[in-house]
Ligand binder design. Structure first.
Ligand SMILES: Nc1nc2c(c(=O)[nH]1)N[C@H]1C(S)=C(S)[C@@H](COP(=O)(O)OP(=O)(O)OC[C@H]3O[C@@H](n4cnc5c(=O)[nH]c(N)nc54)[C@H](O)[C@@H]3O)O[C@H]1N2
Ligand SMILES: Nc1nc2c(c(=O)[nH]1)N[C@H]1C(S)=C(S)[C@@H](COP(=O)(O)OP(=O)(O)OC[C@H]3O[C@@H](n4cnc5c(=O)[nH]c(N)nc54)[C@H](O)[C@@H]3O)O[C@H]1N2
Ligand SMILES: [Mo]
Length: 773
């Protein structure tokens, strides 16, 4: 055993200001996304970070058949024709970031103590370059030092074998891991004896999974890319596609050309919802582009449940006067609970709707009219919906309205949760889930001949609680940056420092390597863009996109260093070292040829029969009963209308609701740069977007600096200091600032009902004049 009881030396993450932030500049928000600027930004950055050869090799194979899958989001690739440049500005940034020429190895860690690194910003940490060596921080030391792979695996094996219960270990996954890595990783956790498999989904689309599984019987979206092209109405709720899913704008543009209308629902007038200059078209390079949203409802934060109940009421009323709005044949043949729900909706309190949404009734009527006059409707949503207290109820209301109009399982219509991480949906399919379905565990048992644990494991929030309370002692992270991504940063950081061992399988340095366990390992891994020659053959991996299409991905670049190992190889190495007794699983065979893993996936994962062969011959789409044949795998075999009481959240006087969101120059906790071009921000991230009315009412002025304090039932004071106020068209009472800087303000216990997702889009704050300069 290598642990000692000493406390680690690294202090908690302190908000530190980037040197460049002193030059913060504020301009006007943009009214359109992409265009020539996007091309120049992505090429300049690619050339600077990767050099010309790697730039050409990487960008030309990005999202191409037999190339690699972009890691910047889960938006699908077109089935037929692909552009030579089948990527967006932010995809190019993600590739350039991974392909960085700078590397950090033992010399870097000898020169920088952990205390030193703790004082650096997240932006600085990741900018140092790719990790190249396995490193260990031994208990009591303030430095990482090199360690061999075998020794690193032995350290993990000895810690795991010293635990008194397998449930004292936690296996976290970030949604970038391939299906092969995810499959062997969940197998490792379950063969070891635990379902403690939290993932980034717990902070992301968990509410979607819960909302959809409980209503249509499957927690995934029901559309293909083609459906978006064919729709005559696309609703985009709580999503900023111009920044986070730029290739979705191409689908919206095609839909518009085919005659579709777009209804956007967002507190902010995001540039990507307003107008799109397609950078792949000559017209887009110079012209003014395509107007996108036909209507933008500038809703108050958390008003969506009320809005959709109101729209439902208007649809029912419209059907009363002119039958046909309700698809009676569909409702009768495929659903249950309609009458009860209808009664509930008829009694809706309009005043409550007006308070919750902040919208005039006439605007809600206009939106409802767009639905009544459409035959093929796609409902899209993302974090502006899922990260709220009532997220699951809101998603069930989307489902109710879609069922009412018969919009599931027909061309051009359906439910389209837009996923975040490029393989987060695939990871779930492969069994990365703290609440695995019994059928999955049965098949795992039959295939591998051991009885997997049946009781549920910890999700992301429960993981923090368990580490904090000493119930969990070992944390292994397959990618990601748990400390910075999770809510309540100081609680999460302290919980991680409380672990006896943390292991981070990473490409770049981040906060989770600093706020780490007493013994801490950094295991450097290959990224998506890199050639994987594990076992002496050219390996490929597979991924599943937001629309359930599964395909192969193969990197071509020279790895950042000779010691890097693939995620699959690392997981199999840990498993071989840790599982000396128990089920006989041929780990070395899995890393020698990933086809051996794919054979097992084909036999274990429902819907993946013949997996290895199917992905070899171009990929396939996972089955989806509601989409394919209006078959609803719920207990009753019918889709369910759900009644959700309308509760309007209020805030005490003088308080505001903060939503924490992404700038145009970051990927989650990875900060590429300090600009947010579309919102008019240059060289700075500590800004608070606030309405002119709130500024006047609170007695502050644009340009003032404030400290933020969040308020929560537990009475604990949570602070994030020194944000510059920026007047912005956000509804009164609703403010916005970037994540992860604002995660210290999100209380650990502030979670969405049923899904447990941190409520990153609803944090009650008060402002006070900044105490530091
Ligand atoms: N370039 C880039 N791409 C990414 C990511 C990235 O960080 N950078 N992250 C990836 C990941 S993991 C994810 S999950 C996705 C995230 O993609 P998004 O969900 O687009 O990300 P956010 O920046 O959180 O934006 C939330 C949007 O919801 C709106 N919103 C907030 N509250 C409400 C509300 O109460 N109601 C409504 N209707 N709207 C609201 C906000 O104004 C904002 O436009 O993107 C993925 N793609
Ligand atoms: N306040 C607030 N908090 C949020 C959110 C929010 O909107 N507001 N959004 C939430 C959401 S939607 C999500 S998905 C989570 C994201 O949570 P995570 O997925 O945990 O975080 P990321 O920032 O995506 O992880 C970045 C790190 O991943 C590692 N990495 C990058 N590529 C690879 C790779 O190919 N392999 C491996 N092994 N590692 C790699 C790098 O070391 C990098 O530092 O954050 C959540 N947290
Ligand atoms: Mo996400």
């Amino acid at each position: 055993m290598t642990t000692t009881p000493e406390q680690p030396l690294s202090p908690a993450s302190e908000p530190v200001v980037d040197a460049e932030e002193a030059r913060l500049r504020v301009g006007s928000p943009a009214d359109h996304a992409a265009g020539l600027k996007a091309v120049t930004v992505s090429m300049a950055r690619a050339l600077r970070q990767m050099g010309p050869v790697k730039t050409a090799r990487n960008l030309l194979t990005l999202n191409q058949v037999d190339g690699f899958d972009c890691m910047s989001c889960a938006w699908p690739d077109p089935q037929g024709h692909r552009h030579t440049a089948e990527f967006c500005e932010n995809g190019a940034k993600a590739v350039s970031w991974e392909g960085a020429r700078e590397t950090i190895g033992p010399d870097f860690f000898a020169a920088h103590s952990i205390s030193d690194l703790a004082g650096r910003t997240d932006h600085w940490l990741e900018k140092q370059g790719r990790l190249t060596h396995p490193m260990v921080r031994r208990a009591g030391s303030d430095h990482y030092e090199p360690i061999s792979w075998d020794d690193a695996f032995a350290v993990i094996g000895s810690h795991l074998n010293d635990l008194t219960s397998p449930d004292q270990a936690v296996f976290y996954t970030s949604g970038r891991a391939s299906n092969e890595a995810a499959f062997v990783y969940q197998l490792l956790a379950r063969a070891y004896g635990t379902n403690n498999l939290p993932d980034c989904s717990n902070m992301c689309h968990e509410s979607t999974g819960v909302g959809l599984a409980s209503t249509i019987g499957i927690g995934k979206g029901s559309v293909s890319l083609e459906d978006l092209h064919l729709a005559d109405l696309i609703v985009v709720s709580g999503q900023n596609p111009g920044t986070n899913h730029p290739r979705m704008l191409t689908a919206l543009e095609i839909a518009k050309r085919n005659g579709a209308r777009i209804l956007a629902i967002n507190p902010l007038p995001e540039a990507g919802l307003l107008r799109f200059d397609n950078p792949q078209k000559p017209r887009g390079l110079a012209g003014h582009g395509t107007p996108l949203a036909d209507k933008l409802l500038r809703i108050r934060s958390n008003g969506d449940l009320a809005l959709w109940q109101a729209i439902a009421q208007l649809l029912l009323a419209a059907d009363d006067s002119a039958p046909g709005v309700v698809d009676r044949a569909f409702v009768e043949a495929y659903t249950s609970g309609f009458d009860l729900w209808k009664e509930h909706i008829r009694e809706l309190d309009r005043d409550a709707v007006l308070r919750a949404t902040g919208l005039p009734w006439a605007e809600i009527e206009e939106a409802a009219a767009m639905l009544t006059s459409s035959e093929r409707i796609v409902h899209c949503w993302a974090m502006g919906i899922t990260q709220h207290h009532n997220a699951v109820a809101t998603i069930r209301e989307f489902v109710n309205v879609a069922l009412l109009q018969g919009m599931i399982g027909k061309p051009g219509a359906g439910l389209c949760p837009v996923r975040g991480h490029s393989n987060v949906q695939g990871d779930r399919s492969m069994g990365i889930w703290e609440k695995p379905p019994a059928v999955f565990l049965d098949r795992l048992r039959d295939e591998f001949g051991f009885e997997p644990p049946r009781h549920h494991g910890y999700d992301a929030v429960d993981t923090v609680r368990a580490l904090r309370d000493g119930k969990a002692k070992v944390f292994i992270g397959l990618g990601g940056n748990f400390v910075a991504a999770m809510s309540d940063t100081s609680v999460t950081a302290a919980a991680m420092r409380n672990a006896t061992l943390t292991v981070q399988i990473s490409t770049k340095l981040n906060r989770s390597h600093i706020d780490a366990g007493r013994t801490a390992l950094i295991l450097p891994t290959l990224g998506r863009t890199e050639r994987d020659l594990t076992g002496g053959i050219e390996q490929r991996v597979t991924v599943e996109d937001s629309m359930s299409a599964v395909h192969a991905s193969r990197g071509r670049s020279q790895p950042a260093g000779p010691l890097l190992r693939s995620e699959v190889d690392i997981v199999c190495g840990i498993a071989s070292a840790a599982l000396r007794t128990g089920p006989q699983i041929p780990w070395p065979d899995f890393s020698a040829d990933y086809d051996a893993i794919r054979e097992r996936i084909g036999r274990v994962v429902p819907g993946c029969d013949g997996y290895a062969e199917k992905v070899r011959t171009g990929g396939f789409t996972m089955p989806h009963g509601p989409r394919d044949s209006r078959t609803f795998p719920t207990p009753s075999g019918r889709a369910v209308f759900t009644v959700s009481p309308l509760e309007v959240l209020t805030v005490p006087p003088g308080r505001l609701v903060l939503q924490t969101l992404r700038s145009h120059d970051q990927f989650n906790t990875t900060i590429y740069g300090l600009d947010d071009r579309y919102r008019g921000i240059r060289s700075g991230r500590r800004v608070l977007f606030i309405s002119a009315e709130d500024l006047a009412e609170l007695g502050f002025a644009d340009g003032d600096h404030v400290d933020l304090t969040s308020e929560w039932a537990d009475g604990v004071t949570r602070r994030a200091d020194r944000f510059r106020l920026v007047t912005y068209p956000t509804p009164k009472g609703c403010v916005a600032a970037y994540y992860p800087e604002t995660n210290p303000l999100v209380p650990l216990d502030s979670q969405a009902a049923e899904s447990g997702t941190p409520t990153s889009k609803w944090v009650v704050v008060r402002l006070s004049p900044a105490t530091t300069s």
